[in-house]
Design a protein around this ligand. Structure first.
Ligand SMILES: C[S@@+](CC[C@H](N)C(=O)[O-])C[C@H]1O[C@@H](n2cnc3c(N)ncnc32)[C@H](O)[C@@H]1O
Length: 493
């Protein structure tokens, strides 16, 4: 009988610098499942605002669980297992109520560590084998100011206020805080809220700024996770996830990885001043016509940046300040309601960056991404109101974004699927309008509709990999319906 090779193998790096890592156990096709895994623990992220501990929705005014007197928005939410069987049981038994006068965010810091501590007892064997030895970077974390805050808000609170000293020792609590910080992945709830989840096997994957895997969470199956390849992967190749946003420039990604994951990324993308030719971090020279400014040594944040054509340059420090200012602009935009005003503010920011950033700088690409989604779905800019010029603009944002994604997030990724869906809308409506204006004949129309069908087929291939009931899976169904309608319409032409 032929041997069936596993989809993945866990390895240990010999010099132990990278710790454990995961490789493909056999040749894997793009989109193939690598494994599924149950969640170990879940809960609010660090620094969470006031939220319901059942559904995680932000609360404008404080509402309390009848049993434990901690934030809960409704009787149904108080019955959510991850609340009821964890902090609710402890707080109500110990009579520890939320202090409404004190900093609520600081008090919520203990929730996910407490849930994890309780799971470590309930699933002790898994804790011992798979979780207790996860990377926690305790020594590096001890030097940070957050350590002292965690000591007060989590360790002292659980040990002293909740009187759990005999159940959980202080070192274990601090270790869990580290394990959560280093290993958790973002989980988006049904209501679109971002929380964190710990998946011990998934967390064995090391980071690369160009990943070859993606994961989905089955919200209806107690947050079960599925890991998949995004590109064809040869047996023995390392499987990577990305711990950062692929559209951020190297200097921002590396700072984030250093701050939260305690390592300096030296991947091929980080080492290349042009970020694999994408120019996601590049500036435009303000002193000459054709020059672009890139880092002389991208793995050194303090190295000077130089123009390709003249002697102009920026210090490493100057570049960091520019990116901080850009992050502030972006955060301001993020706060805005999703309406026509936000769309116009996004276009304005794009104009503001025109003279200083490379046309394909990641900040521009992030704005294209927002605009590609907003045109057609925003008040004042609905699809039936978009003139051809704006339909063309929407399509161009999508196309340019797809070209960048090909390099930094290649293969069957969610962002690619969603962008393809928007791309098909722009192309189809523009094509129909131009045909009605007599710009081309029936044969050319048929050919263009076939191209839209190809876009939709790729979109369907990607988004149909997502769990049933998710917005992505619904778009996949809608893509399939449109494919059939378009093919029928071409036949009738
Ligand atoms: C989620 S864990 C990954 C699994 C880890 N290698 C282990 O043995 O537990 C994240 C940690 O792995 C290490 N790591 C992951 N990717 C890395 C990379 N590209 N370069 C250096 N260290 C990396 C860092 O120590 C990081 O904090």
């Amino acid at each position: 009988m032929a041997t069936v090779h596993p989809t993945y193998i866990i390895k240990n790096s010999s010099e132990n610098k990278l710790g454990r890592y995961v490789v493909a156990g056999r040749d894997l096709r793009a989109g193939e499942e690598i494994f599924q895994e149950e969640i170990f623990s879940i809960g609010p992220k660090s620094g969470s605002p006031l939220i319901c501990l059942g559904c995680y929705l932000p609360l404008e005014e404080l509402k309390l669980c009848n049993t434990c007197k901690w934030p809960i928005c409704s009787p149904e939410c108080s019955q959510e297992p991850w609340h009821k069987n964890y902090e609710c049981e402890v707080f109500s038994q110990k009579g520890v109520k939320l202090n409404e006068e004190a900093d609520i965010s600081a008090q919520l810091e203990c929730i996910t560590p407490l849930r994890t501590l309780i799971v470590s007892e309930k699933q002790n064997e898994q804790w011992e084998k798979e979780v207790s030895n996860m990377e926690a970077h305790t020594e590096e974390r001890r030097k940070k100011i957050e350590w002292a805050a965690e000591q007060v808000n989590v360790v002292n609170f659980l040990v002293e206020a909740c009187k759990l000293k005999d159940r959980f020792n202080e070192d274990k609590i601090q270790k869990i805080c580290g394990i959560l910080e280093v290993n958790c992945f973002e989980v988006i709830t049904k209501l679109g809220i971002s929380i964190r989840g710990l998946y011990p096997r998934m967390a064995l994957l090391n980071h690369n700024c160009i990943a070859n895997t993606t994961h989905s969470v089955f919200l209806d199956k107690n947050y079960r996770l599925q890991l998949r390849t995004t590109v064809d992967t040869k047996s023995g190749c390392e499987l990577f996830s990305s711990y950062t946003s692929s559209l951020q420039p190297t200097i921002v990604r590396r700072a984030r990885l250093r701050e939260c994951k305690y390592f300096d990324c030296t991947c091929a993308r980080c080492s290349d001043p042009t970020e694999m030719g994408t120019h996601i971090g590049t500036f435009k020279c303000t002193k000459c016509d054709n020059g672009f400014i890139t880092s002389t040594q991208p793995l050194d944040d303090n190295a000077p940046w130089k123009c390709s054509h003249c002697d102009n340059g920026i210090t490493g420090n100057g570049v960091q300040r520019i990116y901080l200012a850009i992050q502030e602009d972006m955060a301001e935009l993020e706060q805005m309601e999703m309406d026509g005003e936000k769309l116009e503010a996004t276009e304005k920011l794009l104009r503001k960056y025109k003279s200083v950033l490379h046309p394909r700088n990641g900040s521009n690409v992030l704005l294209w991404h927002s605009l590609s989604q907003m045109y057609g779905h925003t008040e004042g800019y609905s699809l039936d109101m978009l003139p051809d010029l704006l339909l063309e603009r929407k399509s161009k944002f999508c196309k340019d974004l797809l070209d960048i994604l090909n390099i930094v997030e290649p293969g069957l990724t969610r962002i690619r699927g969603l962008t393809l869906f928007e791309y098909h809308i722009g192309c189809l409506l523009y094509t129909k309008s131009r045909y009605q204006h007599g710009e081309f004949n029936k044969d050319a129309l048929k050919e263009r509709i076939h191209s839209v069908v190809d876009i939709l087929k790729e979109c369907h291939q990607i988004l149909s990999l997502e769990p049933e009931g998710t917005p992505e899976a619904m778009l996949a169904a809608s893509a399939l319906q449109s494919i059939n309608q378009l093919i029928e319409s071409v036949e009738q032409l």
